[in-house]
Design a protein around this ligand. Structure first.
Ligand code: G1P
Ligand code: ZN
Length: 538
């Protein structure tokens, strides 16, 4: 029997860059998750009898909310739920399952790279039938419903056994517990030359993949060590833990420092890689060289034809606005389309569906392709492996050859995390108030607040980051994060193009030092945030 439970609305159930993210303690309030899930269903039409995919990154509170979501889905009339064993599905694997089984949509429980555990973060995201994050039209509708919700419907049923593959029913709705890895592994096998990669490992090539105690552990164990024959021990921190072992599952130079240090040491293997909490981000480090994600996007695009799945070439490349323009140069040389979107994977969905772009990427360690509608950490690692298996050159050689050929986009992102929200808003307002006077000073040629007109559905998205443009590809971008759960996080993106190969060997912090200083003096970062240095420099 399902029942109707009266409820009252919670404030602030507004999905951000990637779903609703809050502290676990916020989600633990009675009816909080229920309200949001019912608001998702209230925003949708035509799902009666259809399939819904549910899975998460295994963080603390995952299994409780999965059971709740199954019960609410049953009471709202879904015909079938596919759920990953153990309640697990990486974000890209969930995207694949939605597409492969022609599901109506999916609910992904994740706060991505944010820390987990009882004091950590939790999140709920809705993906549509193309497998991608719901577009703003839907996320706005969810928010509107969440503000006026008065009741939710929920089945009164026992918990599903999530640990055993198989079928059961909840009030007439079929529930299927599926292997979270199998379909995804098959998809990877279709895209990449697994024989070549296997031969690479057989030739003595060594890598370390740090799963950061998060979702990619089971995927990497099975694909890298299982199917591809990488030596046991290639995957480290490969068991997902509800609190990620107390670490931030964020594959950057701060939280994956151990991997970085190893890769800079004489014991470094040939490739170092890591992924985040829900498996959609990637970190790539060669021996002696960190590959910044913007460069990685450009390199993957330039070399993708070496993998069978992309042998026919790319139709276009899309990148988020703050991502460096390195990929644009590749698109230009290939003579294919190039798109600049706001931050967040949801903006790539239309371009991928319309076959305008094959590969997409963000500077925040996200790269992916039209194989799913999410960014995909292991996919990026496997494409790198495929390229390395064909070229048989080191990561460093490949990166430096790319710069020599295309020029180097020196690039860095400075994050000031959890700063006072009022100060951060004042900083942004201070810049906006000077839009008329900034051009002409400090070498600035133009200033704007990035807006995007979706070429497919015509929707317009405004206020996506303040750009100070200095000409010839040099720019400073200021943006406030849409994924944090306390205070505000200021991101400052700094970029300068250098064509001359004789000048490609500088540390980006040195190459960009003048712009970094200018960013502070123009925006008053220290004054508004009270911080002398960024928390994370990428
Ligand atoms: C961050 C990244 C963005 C990414 C998102 C989800 O969002 O900057 O590129 O799509 O996480 O992984 P932000 O916190 O900047 O809003
Ligand atoms: Zn993520």
């Amino acid at each position: 029997m399902s029942k109707v439970v009266p409820t009252t609305a919670f404030e602030g159930q507004k999905p951000g860059t990637s779903g609703l993210r809050k502290k676990v303690t916020v989600f633990q309030q009675p009816n909080y998750a229920e309200n949001f899930i019912q608001s998702i269903f209230d925003s949708l039409e035509g799902f009666a009898g259809q399939t819904l995919v549910i899975g998460g990154d295994g963080r603390f509170y995952n299994s409780q909310v999965i059971q709740t979501a199954i019960r609410i889905a049953a009471a709202n009339g879904f015909g079938r739920v596919l759920v990953g064993r153990g309640g697990l599905l990486s974000t890209p694997a969930a995207s694949n399952v939605i597409r492969q089984y022609k599901a109506f949509g999916g609910i992904i429980l994740s706060a991505s790279h944010n820390p987990g555990g009882p004091d950590g973060d939790f999140g709920i995201k809705y993906n549509i039938s193309n497998g991608g994050p719901a577009p703003e039209k839907i996320t706005n509708a969810i928010f509107e419903h969440s503000k006026k919700i008065t009741q939710y419907r929920i089945a009164e049923a026992a918990d599903i056994d999530l640990n055993t593959l198989g079928k059961s029913t909840v009030e007439g709705m079929a529930v299927e517990v599926i292997d979270p890895v199998a379909d995804y592994a098959k998809l990877m096998q279709r895209l990449f030359d697994f024989d070549a990669i296997r031969a690479l490992f057989q030739s003595g090539f060594r890598m370390r993949f740090d799963a950061m105690h998060a979702i990619t552990g089971p995927y990497a164990h099975e694909i890298l060590e299982g199917i591809l024959g990488a030596p046991a021990g290639t995957v480290v921190n490969g068991t997902p833990l509800p609190d990620f072992g107390g670490h931030h599952p964020d594959p950057n130079l701060v939280h994956a420092k151990e991997l970085y240090d190893l890769m800079m040491s004489p014991q470094a293997p040939d490739l170092g890689a890591a992924s985040d909490g829900d498996g959609d981000r990637n970190l790539i480090i060669g021996r002696n060289i960190f590959v910044n994600p913007s460069d990685s996007l450009a390199l993957l695009a330039a070399n993708a034809h070496l993998a069978p799945g992309y042998a026919k070439g790319l139709v276009g490349i899309a990148r988020s606005m703050p991502t460096s323009a390195a990929a644009d140069r590749v698109a230009q040389r290939l003579g294919i389309g190039c798109y600049e979107t706001p931050t967040g994977w949801k903006f790539f969905g239309n371009l991928l569906d319309a076959d305008k772009a094959t590969i997409c990427g963000e500077e925040s360690a996200g790269t992916g392709s039209n194989h799913v509608r999410e960014k995909d950490g292991l996919w990026a690692v496997l494409l790198w492996l495929n390229i390395l298996a064909v070229r048989r050159e080191s990561v460093e050689t490949i990166v430096k050859a790319h710069w020599a050929s295309y020029g180097r986009n020196y690039y860095s992102r400075h994050d000031y995390e959890e700063v006072d929200a009022d100060g951060a808003n004042l900083l942004m307002k201070g810049l906006r108030d000077r839009f008329a006077t900034l051009p002409g000073s400090h070498g600035i040629v133009a200033v704007d607040d990035f807006a995007y007109d979706d070429p497919i559905d015509g929707s317009r998205t405004e206020g996506q980051g303040i750009r100070l443009m200095f000409g010839e590809g040099t720019r400073i971008v200021f943006r406030l994060s849409g994924t944090g759960t306390s205070g505000a996080t200021l991101r400052v993106y700094i970029e300068r193009y250098e064509a001359d190969p004789a000048k490609h060997d500088l540390d980006p912090q040195v190459a960009l030092a003048d712009l970094i200083a200018l960013a502070d003096s123009i925006a008053g970062i220290k004054q508004h945030t009270g911080r002398v240095t960024p928390d994370v420099i990428t």
